[in-house]
Design a protein. Sequence first.
Length: 257
Amino acid sequence: AIRPIALRAVSAIASAIPGFPILATGGIDSAESGLQFLHSGASVLQVCSAIQNQDFTVIEDYCTGLRALLYLQSIEELQDWDGQSPPTIRHQKGKPVPKIADLMEKKLPSFGPYLEQRKKIIAENKLKLKEQKDLVFLPERKHYVPKKPIPAVKDVIGKALRYIGTYGELSNTEQVVALIDEEMCINCGKCYMTCNDSGYQAIQFDPEIHLPTVTDSCTGCTLCFNVCPIIDCIRMVSRTTPYEPKRGLPLAVNPVC
């Protein structure tokens, strides 16, 4: 809970006094969180509670993790990586799945009789591909090689300062919305429930085939993204249309109070 406050304090000092040595502490429980403080302008990191909870070996773990994170920054193919799980192929519970809509021009969920129909269509498609000797193989995993020098700790200090500011400095036009991959969806309804109960009621749920659909009311709050049990089934993509808030009641032209 203390980390956001500590990051705010470190970035404020680093912005006000460029080059001033800062010892950061408060919530450093991993190499990644330590890198966050370095990016915010800290030049030295202090770890306390994590050592009390475990032992001094965590320091070696953090140093190793920090070296790995700096190494990854030297690989050009990962420049757009946000540090989370890498993109995965279209799957359902870990198994690759074809796009049913391309095979039969119809959407099918993954439960009950629909699931049996999906399995039948997929099996028939595999037999067809086998007869054509045109089997689809998964792409080989690429091994990336650094093409530029690996940055040192001093090179990343204060790297994020130009992106840190007040709310008023943020752009209200750069918004994202949820995009649901219907082929990966297991029709659990968690995205619909969380959006309906705690969000903006921006997801419609088909009562028959249980496929969720995101409407224009989506504000990009990421609630559905966080509760979805299937990795990459829901992605946050840039909004292509202007967002018009819908608060239920029209704004008063001449308010009386």
